[in-house]
Structures are given as C-alpha cells and as structure tokens.
Design a protein around this ligand. Structure first.
Ligand code: F6P
Length: 546
C-alpha cells in the first residue's frame, strides 16, 4: 500500500501549488469565462468557486487526482453498503435513511429499506399522537414540552435543523415547546427543569450507543425530577420517556418501554444520524411532512453525487477545493459563514461533521500520513462575525478559507408587510458579497486602496466559495447537509482516511472514568504532577465547603 503522495497526480498538484502560492487572487481574472468555468448549480444550490485560488489547470489536475484515487468507485462502494468503515468493520449507510421506499440497499444480504421505512412509520405515529394531544402524561394531561437529551451527533443535527426551520412549523406543532440538553455539567438541565412541569414534559433520550455518560447522567437527573413530581415510576417511564438508539437492549435495561423505542442501526454514524430517529425533534418541529421534505432534499443530493460527472458534481468540487486549500496550499483554518441567522448553528454542526470525520493522521491501512488533513473549522452568522473575528480574516497573518452561505429569497411576501425585513435581507446579502470580495481582492476592491497607511491595508488573497440557496426550506437544508456529508467523504478518499470512526475521542472518555474516583477519595490513584495537584485543590475546596 503506497501513500497518496507518491501518486504522479499528487506530485503534479504539488508543483502547481508552488505556482499558485506566488499568485494573487486579484490577478486571476484574465479569462472572461472564469465565473462560468468556476460555478455550478445543482437543484436549489448554486456554488460559485471563482474566488478560489485555482485556475483551470489546477482544477483539471485535482479531477485527475480524484480519478487516480478511484473516487467514483468509492462513491458507489459507499452507497451500495460496502464496508467503508474498515476499523469498525461496517458500512456507513446514512444514504439508505433517505432512500426511496422502493429502492433496495443491502447490508449482509438483507435489504435495510423496509426497516428504515418501519422506523419512519413509528416516528410518524409518535409525532401524530403528540401533535394531536393524544400522547398524555401520567396524570392525563397532554404534553407541552419535549426535551431532547443527547450529545454530539445525537444533538447537533436536530438542534441545528429545528433552529433553521422553525418558521415552517405546522399549526399542530405551534403549542409544543422543544428544548435541547447536551452538556454533562448539568447547567442546561438544571436551568430548564426549573421552568417545566413534570406532568406535561416528555423526554427523548437520544444516544446511538446508549452508553454516553453525558446523556445518561442528564437522563437520570430528568428521571429523578419526574419521580419527585409525585408520579409512579412505571407510569412515568411509559408516558414521559422515548428512547432513540441503535441498542434496543440498552434502552430496555434503562427502562424505556419497547413501544417508546425508536431504533436505528450500527451502520449509521452518529454525526450522520439526523435522518434517522435522531431526527425525531425535527419531525416534531416541522411535522412528518416537513421531515420527509428534508429527506427528499438529501436524496436529491445523493443522486446528484452518484450520477453527476465529477467536474459538475457539487460535493466532489467542494471536497477537491477543500483538499487543494488544506493540503496543497497549506491553509489550516476554514470558516463557515451563513448570512442568515436561521443557520446560526450550522457551523457548529459542521465542526463535528468535518473535524470528527477527517481529523485523522493515519491512512486506512494504518500508516502515518505525510500530508496535512482536516483544517480547523469554525464559524458563526456572517454579519455578527464581521464584528468579531473578521479582523483576523482581513488583516491577520493566518491564511483562512471560507464558505459564504446565503439564501437568495427571503421575506418574499410583501402582502404581509415584510418590506423592512426585505431591506434587512438585502443588507445581509450586500454584506456577504462585499466581504468575500474584500477577502479576495484586498485593497484592490476600492480605488487607491493601496495608498492607505499600512495599518489600513488589506492583503486579500483569502479564498472563498459562495453557496447561494434559492431559499431556506426543509428540502434545501436537506440538500445542503448532504452536500457537506459527501464533501467530507470526498476529502477522506483523497486523503485515504476512514472518515467514519472516531477513535480519537475514546481515550479521553476512558480516562475520565478513572479520574472520577480520584475526586471522591482521600487516597487517589496517582496520575501526573499537574493532574494530581489540581485534584488535590478541588478535593480540599470540597472539604472546606462541606
Ligand atoms: O464523543 C463522540 C461521540 O462518540 C460522537 O461520535 C457521537 O455523536 C457522540 O459521542 C454521542 O454518542 P451517542 O449517540 O452514542 O450517545
């Protein structure tokens, strides 16, 4: 097994990158067809990558590398249920979760689509009972508050989508309040429980493994709070707890009745799971029809990814550009900048999707890599970030690539008196375009900009892609999320890494388990100088307080 870096296509790109490093984006506009050459549309998404630091020769070379890495075959393998997650010996079939009901996707010879459809039907029945107020608490009152308890992939996706699409909630969902609890320290749940009534609150315990201590400790606190509210424990479990997991057995041991369990499968990665039962909060927010629109948008992107030629394929292009920036141009930071407040939590969602997937330094065969992989990714709502970290993007020493994301249409309905909001939307778009332009051109974006004193100069040459959405709705969000999922896969194929495991987070969990007893005893196990001293200080403070 040889390294990707020994491929002639890789080495050719290294030579091209040398040339690209000495070139400024403002000098790359000789060709009148640059915008046409470097933009593509797929369904509701338009992608302009003309502000990237590459020319046609670079793009041709990237596509050649993709072919040399057998990307097309890898995509087929992914979607047909091959064991692409080699360290955990299983497929990664999030695409099966949005497959059409009459499609067949086999795992170990068994078509999984009927099980997926059955799980959707169970979700649908739960959503319908909750929306129609037939799902009642132990004392007979209908549910008013639903709390999703989960962390990582069992929290970030539904939280992001519920925030993005809240305005599409059907009337039946209007009286239901949705809450999310994730953090292990108890802050969120303590604050929240003070404002809820046990009799009318329903908890969804979301955990693929059903072993995550963050989630189980919050769930235990919730159960205790419910029991303190005078109900009988059996009734409480039946009326106030739903479980979503790949382990029915662990849900049962925890006390979730079988009728309240939504199952998904080991072949769904946690950070790719919002399309499964993990998306139950989304279905509660949007109604099942809205959730299915999201699935349809993702299914559209799956088809595009599988069928469009590499040079017209949005996830392929987004992934190739990301590899070009991170590996060949050595740009180690990537910002995600939505110009729409509804997408506030989209960057946080992507931090897990991209960094937990591709933050790796060994190849699929276990060899240490000799090139850099996933950049540090972060972001925030663009207009707010302009008043926070854009200073570094414009005048810092660090090269940063960015994705600007904006809906073209918003507040269309003038009849509803949205004139002022239309103007605000246009202001947001104007800022989006202005910022990516200054990042590209620097001083050259204004007349005589280069004559300003040094502290007011803008270097520019910071590459970006602009993604325009026709509008933000469930279908488009589904397509957008799937676009990034597939981008991550493309990058992993070029880097020859497994994006579907996360061994890097396991050690921290294990060590936390052995550190807990040391907080609770006078004669703890010894760790290292710093940890021992900190433990001692914390224990001493605890004694003083008691
Ligand atoms: O700690 C990382 C992680 O393993 C993620 O991959 C996962 O999304 C999260 O924990 C939650 O895991 P679970 O859904 O099994 O509770």
């Amino acid at each position: 097994m040889s390294y990707r870096s020994t491929l002639p296509e890789w080495q050719h790109l290294q030579a091209l990158a040398e040339r690209a490093r000495s070139r400024h984006l403002r000098d790359m506009w000789d060709s009148p067809s640059r915008v046409a050459d470097f933009s593509r549309q797929a369904g509701p998404l338009f992608m302009d990558f003309s502000k990237q630091r590459l020319d046609s020769e670079d793009m041709t070379a990237l596509l050649a590398l993709a072919r040399a890495c057998a990307l097309e075959q890898a995509v087929q393998a992914l979607m047909s249920g091959a064991v692409v997650n080699n360290t955990e010996n299983r497929p990664a079939l999030h695409t099966a979760l949005r497959a059409a009901a009459d499609e067949q996707v086999r795992v170990d010879g068994v078509d999984v689509v009927p099980a997926v459809q059955a799980s959707l039907a169970r979700m649908e029945s739960m959503v319908s009972r909750i929306h129609s107020r037939q799902w009642r608490g132990w004392s007979g009152k209908p549910i008013r508050d639903v709390v999703n308890i989960g962390v990582g992939g069992s929290d970030l996706g539904p939280f992001m989508a519920c925030n993005a699409l809240g305005e599409f909630a059907p009337a039946a969902a209007a009286e239901l309040n949705l809450h999310f609890v994730s953090s292990i320290d108890g802050t969120q749940i303590a604050d929240l429980l003070g404002s809820l009534k046990p009799e009318t609150t329903l908890f969804i315990i979301s955990s693929k493994s059903f072993t995550t201590v963050d989630t189980l400790s919050n769930a235990q606190t919730a159960l205790q709070w419910m029991c303190d509210g005078n109900g009988e424990e059996g009734l409480i479990r039946r009326h106030h707890f739903i479980g979503v997991s790949a382990s029915p057995q662990r849900m049962t041991s925890w006390g979730i009745p079988a009728a309240n369990q939504v199952e998904f499968w080991e072949w769904v990665g946690g950070r790719f799971s919002l399309w499964s039962g993990i998306g139950l909060p989304i279905a509660l927010k949007l109604g099942m029809a809205g959730f299915r629109q999201m699935l349809d948008g993702a299914q559209f992107m799956d088809r595009h990814f599988r069928e469009a030629p590499l040079a017209d394929n949005l996830p392929v292009l987004l992934g190739l550009i990301a590899v070009w920036n991170a590996t060949f141009l050595d740009i180690r930071a990537h910002a995600v900048l939505p110009y729409d407040g509804r997408l506030k939590f989209f960057p946080a969602y992507l931090t897990q999707l991209e960094m937990e997937s591709n933050g790796k330094s060994v190849s699929r065969a276990g060899l240490p890599l000799d090139y850099s992989t996933c950049p540090v990714l972060w972001g925030d709502v663009g207009p707010n970030a302009q008043h926070a970290f854009y200073q570094l993007l414009h005048q810092g020493t660090q090269a940063v690539s960015s994705d600007f994301i904006a809906p073209v249409r918003r507040y269309d309905d003038h009849l509803q008196g949205n004139g002022g909001l239309q103007l605000q939307h246009q202001l947001a778009l104007a800022n989006c375009l202005a910022q990516s332009r200054v990042l590209m051109l620097g001083d050259a974006s204004v007349e005589n900009g280069h004559e300003a004193p040094e502290f007011r100069r803008y270097r520019g040459n910071q590459p970006s892609t602009t993604l325009l959405l026709d509008q933000l709705d469930a279908y488009t969000l589904g397509a957008l999320v799937a676009l990034y999922e597939h981008k991550v896969f493309v990058m992993s194929v070029l880097w020859d890494i497994n994006p579907f495991d996360q061994w890097g987070v396991e050690l921290g969990k294990k060590i936390a388990d052995s550190t807990l007893p040391a907080l609770r005893t006078d004669n703890p196990e010894k760790f290292d100088g710093s940890t021992d001293a900190l433990l001692q200080r914390i224990r001493a403070a605890g004694k003083e307080a008691s």
